[in-house]
Design a protein around this ligand. Structure first.
Ligand SMILES: *Cc1c(COP(=O)(O)O)cnc(C)c1O
Length: 389
């Protein structure tokens, strides 16, 4: 009896194409992965990348992206998650248990602090903050329950570049694992493992995507045992990324170094120009002389992300600084960075770093791909508008 065409639409003979050689990675989508027989199904192994078992456990597309991100970071292993923040959460969840303590830099990425204050605290995991620019004060904060220390270079918003090798050395001397948020460096400005990180996470949302249109995160290690812990938690908590998102990151990854360098050039040009302006007290950019931790940046990097913060003179009111930001036409107000559009965010430092005095109002800029002269003209017109000539 001839089969019903509806059945044939589903069971039509299909072989993944052998002999079709294009450099672009195919987009493989699956929840189900079919086993040849019962024995193969029973022998399935999702702990190691020996084969494919289920869409959530990886496809040729996600395995390829993992391998390339590991290559970018100089790592051996990589796990992909749906956002940069999910990568931070995965590291915490994989490594910490009730009663453990974790250390966060005082200038840590804000949502990482909120995760510690809320979920981790609720699960009986305590956290403390350390001054990343004062490694000598770190040993006093490391107790018998300290399991993990987060590193960030430079710190979010205030851009201090710490002495990573020294922080890592102290942590390791106390048997504490180090995890680096490498979103700023993107695996390009420096190698996180060589500066002492055991785990390197990155918001692929930023530079590797570069389009402002994908959310994704990665957790990389060089250590098989550490990766196994991360991988098991990753699998057991149902983390995974969509093939179409992986495709976008794979496409962009080929140009990540070019984009990073271009945004760096634009960022430094604008940062230097702003530093000479009378409205500005200080520009916080690790590649600029006088910026906190510049010497540590200089010791390990030649490149920087197109990201910097500006402290506008305290003689201007917060309303004037808001008016400056509102007056910008090319710089758009929004979070995330490394996409095509230049962005700006004013921060309330009293809220962000309570107990610390700042000499002015902080505005954070990130550079996109616009022409630098147009961006500079935009800054100039908005300053004239808000602060007067
Ligand atoms: C953006 C960012 C993250 C989080 O990335 P998402 O993909 O937006 O969750 C983490 N760390 C740093 C330093 C970031 O800038």
């Amino acid at each position: 009896m001839a089969r019903d065409p509806r059945t044939d639409l589903i069971h039509h003979p299909y072989q993944p194409p052998a002999g079709f050689h294009a450099p672009q990675v195919a987009v493989h989508k699956a929840s189900t992965v079919i086993f040849g027989d019962v024995a193969a199904m029973r022998a399935r192994d999702w702990r190691h990348k020996t084969g494919y078992t289920y869409g959530l456990h990886g496809t040729p597309t996600t395995f390829t992206l993992e391998a390339r991100i590991a290559a970018l970071e100089g790592a051996e292993h990589c796990a992909l998650v749906p956002s940069g923040l999910a990568a931070i959460a995965l590291v915490n969840q994989a490594l910490l248990a009730q009663g453990d303590e974790l250390l966060l830099p005082a200038n840590v990425y804000g949502p990482s602090r909120e995760l510690a204050r809320n979920e981790l605290a609720r699960w009986g995991i305590a956290h403390r903050f350390y001054d990343p620019m004062a490694p000598a004060a770190l040993p006093a904060l490391l107790g018998p329950k300290t399991r993990l220390i987060w590193l960030e270079a430079p710190g979010s918003v205030t851009m201090e570049f710490p002495d990573l090798p020294e922080l890592a050395r102290i942590a390791h001397a106390h048997g504490v694992t180090t995890a680096l948020d490498n979103t700023w460096g993107a695996g390009l400005a420096f190698n996180g493992f060589e500066l002492g990180a055991d785990i390197v996470m990155q918001a692929l949302t930023k530079f590797p995507s570069g389009g402002g249109d994908v959310l994704m995160g990665s957790v990389c290690t060089r250590n098989a045992a550490l990766h196994e812990r991360i991988h098991l938690t990753h699998m057991r908590t149902g983390q995974g990324v969509a093939a179409n998102d992986a495709e976008l990151v794979l496409r962009s990854l080929a140009t990540v170094a070019l984009r990073y360098a271009a945004q760096d050039t634009t960022g430094r040009t604008l940062a230097q120009w702003l530093q000479a302006r009378p409205e500005v007290v200080q520009v916080l950019h690790p590649a600029l002389e006088g910026s906190p931790g510049h010497e540590h940046w200089k010791a390990h990097c030649t490149q920087a992300a197109g990201l910097f913060s500006v402290l506008f003179d305290g003689r201007f009111s917060a309303a004037q600084v808001d008016a400056f930001v509102d007056g910008l036409k090319l710089f758009k107000i929004g979070f995330s960075w490394a996409g095509p559009v230049s962005l700006v965010v004013p921060y309330d430092m009293k809220q962000l770093r309570p107990g610390q005095a700042w000499p002015g109002h902080l505005v954070r800029f990130s550079t996109g791909f616009e022409a630098v002269a147009d961006l500079q003209a935009d800054l100039a017109q908005a300053m004239a508008l808000a602060f007067g000539a």
